[in-house]
Design a protein. Structure first.
Length: 284
């Protein structure tokens, strides 16, 4: 009887332990640490907008959220994107409650605005993460990202105030950020993003257009009838010009003559012969 009572008590302890494991309360921010943004599942901005920002050296304020029912950390491009997601009831249904929220900390980075009101940093190495509730935010300023208006977080209120004095806006706490981050009308957002992507595409085309003007050694269809003949002619040109970059043994092989012709010249002659025979057969 005593043995069965002891076994029952042990089983009860195990069951209680398993139950409390699932009933554990969410860990506060101080028990979780931010991860590199590249390790998060990032969302909130188009790939084109992100590439435009990277190419121009522009800042995109970021947030990362640990959820109770999702094993991965979710990263958000833009503070407003994070606040919108956290306020959405479907986010709780899919990911659970937020356990910790971290945002980019621009204190000490000395942010400034470009002529287009994009944000750049004089001291990028000082950029860190800060718990969202420990930060203050500059909202309604001129600062922007390729995707729209930007909200900048700071761990030091003095830094936030100094930035607001230069760029406009006001300083608020985390609880007020969601109210200040009202999404503009979709038609305005769409028009702005379309203009940004069009400008980015035009710039990419302009950069690539210069490749059309690069010098060529052989033009297929003009100096050489086929691509193979063009390659062989190019190798023959390198041999005559003495600009070969091959190694000693490879050069010795290339310079080897058979019937008075080197290998590149043999290739060129073979391609021309085959092309002539094909053309002759086609006429018949």
């Amino acid at each position: 009887m005593r043995v069965s009572e002891a076994a029952g008590a042990a089983l009860l302890v195990v069951l209680l332990g398993a139950a409390t494991a699932f009933a554990a309360s969410p860990a506060p921010d101080r028990q979780l640490s931010p991860v590199p943004f590249g390790d998060t599942l990032a969302t909130g901005m188009t790939g084109v907008d992100v590439q435009v920002a990277r190419a121009g050296g522009y800042e995109i304020p970021q947030a990362q959220v640990f959820y109770s029912q999702f094993r991965f950390v979710v990263g958000y491009y833009g503070i407003a994107t994070a606040t919108d997601a956290l306020a959405d009831e479907t986010t709780v249904d899919r990911f659970g409650q937020s356990l910790a929220i971290f945002v980019t900390d621009y204190s000490g980075t000395d942010p400034e605005l470009t002529d287009g009101d994009f944000v750049t940093l004089r001291n990028e190495g000082y950029r860190r993460w800060v718990a969202a509730r420990a930060a203050v935010f500059v909202v309604d300023s001129r600062a922007r990202t390729p995707g729209g208006p930007a909200i900048l977080p700071f761990s030091d209120r003095a830094d936030a105030t100094a930035f607001a004095e230069r760029a406009g806006g006001r300083v608020v706490g985390w609880d007020e950020v969601g109210e200040a981050a009202d999404t503009p009308p979709w038609d305005a957002v769409l028009a702005e993003r379309t203009a940004n992507r069009t400008a980015w595409a035009d710039a990419a085309v302009d950069r690539a257009r210069g490749l059309l003007d690069r010098p060529v050694s052989v033009t297929v269809g003009e100096e050489a009838p086929t691509l193979g003949a063009a390659v062989a002619a190019y190798h023959s040109y390198l041999q005559v010009a003495g600009t070969s970059t091959c190694g000693a043994f490879a050069c010795a092989t290339v310079q080897r003559r058979v019937l008075g012709l080197t290998i590149p010249n043999q290739s060129l002659a073979a391609f021309l012969l085959v092309t002539g025979l094909v053309a002759l057969a086609a006429r018949r």
